[in-house]
Design a protein around this ligand. Structure first.
Ligand SMILES: [Zn+2]
Length: 350
């Protein structure tokens, strides 16, 4: 059975009538195709920062948990994920099985000794970081470096992170850098990281440079905002002050980043999985235009990962809504259909 979708395709809103020829969209009509949905079409949602497969921080990768998390993403309309850090080597079906999203991943987080979450990631000397990162990126296209950790962990030095970026680019890969400190954020940008993850407390003066050199920002805004009440309840201390100051400034940083032309990517940092819609709301709530907040979680994030949108020859992913989600973000919580690799994985018949 060949499936067909039609309606108005974002980002431009033009009318399209698409048939899935296996995992490729085509406009060539196919007789007796099954029209599974009509409405407003997106080329699927993207969660650009999620760590599926572990029940809790520090836990090993569990294949059943992994599948469960991936299904939660698909239920939310996510057809592509990027996992900047995984708790273990993913199974061969990861990113491939019909009802799980396409996936990019960076293998284990690479961190300095004494930093990051116990049980997760790989610790490395500065001297071995570039080669380790390049070897990972050669395998999966991405390496993830913990550029700084917590309120007081020393950031990876600029010369080391610059060497990491050079080594990874030399094998055709990209580097994602976790940073939540002003100093670490500056190192990530000056080193030419491909994406800054979180970017809490980032100096807004660096946004122009990020836009110019193509460094994306994945602000993980919703998870950070969710942590505020809990952190506020902690006893006074430098860690509490650091987090609250950074988290409270984060929304305006995101708005300024979008304004400066920085590519913003929607990422949930996972818990609960399938929370991408909440991140889109948070981005819009911070002041991004709904069109841009949606781009960050769909067509623009796909383009960043090398996937075209709803056009002939593109991979056959789509999520369909009854109304234009840009004028009503609540639409995002109620997709009519989720199409993945040319197959209707979730459909609400009306
Ligand atoms: Zn993360």
């Amino acid at each position: 059975m060949v499936i067909r979708i039609r309606g108005r395709a974002l980002p431009h809103g033009e009318h399209v009538d698409l048939y899935a020829d296996g995992d490729r969209w085509t406009t060539d009509p196919v007789q007796n195709a099954d029209l599974v949905a009509e409405g407003w079409l997106l080329p699927g949602l993207v969660d650009a920062h999620t760590h599926p497969g572990a029940a809790a921080a520090g836990d090993p990768l569990d294949h059943a948990v992994l599948r469960d998390h991936l299904r939660q993403h698909v239920d939310a309309g996510v057809t592509v994920i990027r996992a900047p850090g995984l708790a273990g080597e993913p199974p061969p079906w990861f990113g491939v099985d019909p009802d799980t999203p396409r996936a990019w991943h960076a293998g284990p987080w690479l961190a300095q000794h004494g930093q990051f979450i116990d049980g997760w990631g790989r610790r490395a000397d500065h001297a071995e970081l570039p080669a380790l990162a390049a070897a990972q990126a050669a395998r999966t296209g991405w390496a993830k470096v913990i550029g700084d950790w917590s309120s007081d962990g020393e950031p990876v030095p600029l010369d080391v992170l610059s060497a990491v970026v050079r080594a990874v680019h030399a094998v055709g890969g990209r580097v994602a850098v976790h940073t939540q400190q002003t100093a670490g954020g500056e190192v990530a940008v000056l080193a030419g990281a491909d994406s800054v993850e979180h970017g809490m407390s980032l100096d807004p003066d660096l946004l122009t440079r990020m836009a110019e050199q193509g460094t994306a920002l994945t602000p993980t805004l919703s998870v950070m905002a969710r942590s505020v009440p809990e952190v506020r309840g902690r006893p006074d201390g430098p860690g509490r002050t650091w987090f609250l100051r950074g988290a409270q400034a984060h929304g305006s940083l995101v708005a300024a980043a979008a304004e400066a032309g920085v590519r913003v990517l929607a990422g949930t940092d996972s818990m609960p999985h399938g929370g991408i819609v909440e991140e889109v709301r948070a981005l819009a709530g911070a002041g991004m235009r709904p069109h841009d907040a949606l781009a960050a979680a769909s067509w623009d994030a796909r383009a960043y990962l090398g996937l075209p949108g709803l056009e002939p020859g593109a991979p056959a992913d789509a999520v369909v809504y009854a109304e234009d989600p840009r004028s009503d973000l609540d639409q995002l919580a109620h997709p009519i259909a989720v199409i993945l690799r040319g197959l209707p994985v979730r459909v609400t018949r009306r």
